[in-house]
Ligand binder design. Sequence first.
Ligand SMILES: Nc1nc2c(c(=O)[nH]1)N[C@H]1C(S)=C(S)[C@@H](COP(=O)(O)O)O[C@H]1N2
Ligand SMILES: [Mo]
Length: 556
Amino acid sequence: MFTHFDEIERSVHAPQDRRLFIGLKPYVFVVIGIIFLTTIGAAWAQYLVYGLPEDPSLTLLTATEVSVKGFPLWLILCHWINFFFLVILIRSGLSILFDHPRLYFNNGCTPGSEWLKFTPIPVPKDKLWTAKDDARYISPLISLPGYRHSVGIARGWHFIHLLFFILNGIVFIALLFASGQWARIIPASWHILPDAWSVFVHYATFNMPVEPDGFYHYNALQQFSYFGAIFILAPLAIISGVCMSPAIENRFHWLPKLFINRQGARSVHFLVMLAYVAYIVIHVTMVVKTGFVGNMNHITLGTDNPSGTTGLYIGVAIILFTAVFFVYAHWASWNTPRWVQGTDAFINGNLWRSTINKLKPRSYFKKKDISPFLWPNGKLPTSEVWKKLAKNKFKDYKLKIGGLVENPVELSLNDLKNLGKEQNITMHHCIQGWSGVAEWGGVPLKTIAGLVKPYSSASTVVFYSFGEGLYGGVYYDTHTLDNCLKPESILAWEMNYETLSEVYGAPLRLRVENQLGYKMVKWIERIEFVETHKTIGKGYGGKNEDDEYYDLLADV
Ligand SMILES: Nc1nc2c(c(=O)[nH]1)N[C@H]1C(S)=C(S)[C@@H](COP(=O)(O)O)O[C@H]1N2
Ligand SMILES: [Mo]
């Protein structure tokens, strides 16, 4: 619905092969088994051996004094706003995930080392299989915008709305403490743990515990779940999300280690999503089962009325509004994608530019950290010029550097090598989600800038490739001159201490370590200093920015 793909777009976004596949490593089944045994299994064991524990909620029924109760308007608003944004984040996150449908706990992302994959296709060994080839289709019914390889737009939705999600969370928590409502959610003592367990034993063995009226009391497990969703899951989601940013990883490398490594952070980000989905399913089930009409009055009107249906109608209206929003978002994704890209650039581009983009990357990986594998991406050039150069091992290659510079030059590989060499071991971050650590050797862009002497009007550097983009046309990308002058920005002819191979960008490729992979042009043909990216290509800053709605600034 609402899409009008041409033939090439159809082959990318709506491929024939739409098989949904979930592949788990055997050890994951063992982990799931252990979790099952230590929760539901243990609950049954206790029930069968010792009988049902006392229901801690019974004391709540006789407790008459409560200091805080009910649902003030701000809490009601925050609750539904949170619901709305959470669903957007989950749906757009799924689209992002399926662009690299594998989850790992190692930085190198070697195919076969993933603990979970959503693709039935093993990586072919006899032909070039790029990360883009590996992307999977996901239905737009469950994801935003769905289809295959729609990561640019999906990130637009994800990043625009996560700010509102976080902002709403901050307001909620602030008011929680200001109003005293925190007492309903934050456990007063460690006793919550055995009490929550007792309630859990009841549910797990189908002995429904007594239900306190949620207007005055939550049962221990309920309180513990609310506490967990707010004070454990949300921070975990935010921190694991931040850890996936190249600008952060290359500067605060200890941060991703909280999750073992960068791919661990990505896995945890996914697991938090699963936990939220489970939370929503259980929460809604309990709301329906424990006096639906009354509960809806609590959370929409803030009144303790067990029979009026107004609250129910309001709740249904909010859910309908959310559904209509997703129809609109689907339409907007495929009809006004520039709007999504532009809004994201306006909000996040500016936010990142004034914060993490100022960070300078720092090398800290060691030789032993180099990944055994690095996913290749991009189409190998098909131009006759490049092929001819390749045949002669690029001995006749001349890199042209011009534009707004005092001293335009043409440099052979040897000339470049004579300018000096820097070697860095760094982590590559692809927008699709995979990463890999490699050594790169080449000449710093700072040296190049010193040689050609850009005019003061030159604030942007364009790197043109011999290769084409996904939809044809020359691949290029731009960087601000400032960013090119940061440490670890090099033109590399060496990868892992060997001459850069054809697949990885021979004769020359860019490395700019605070940015995502698509900014690092491979198979560089020429470099041009310009005033602005707006006059190049379609004017969005690069081939992927033009054709796939990626961000101009790729710090995250
Ligand atoms: N010319 C060209 N350069 C390119 C691309 C491309 O398609 N064409 N893809 C980019 C992307 S999306 C990534 S992730 C990296 C991949 O680098 P690698 O193949 O060395 O892993 O190259 C970048 N450079
Ligand atoms: Mo990428």
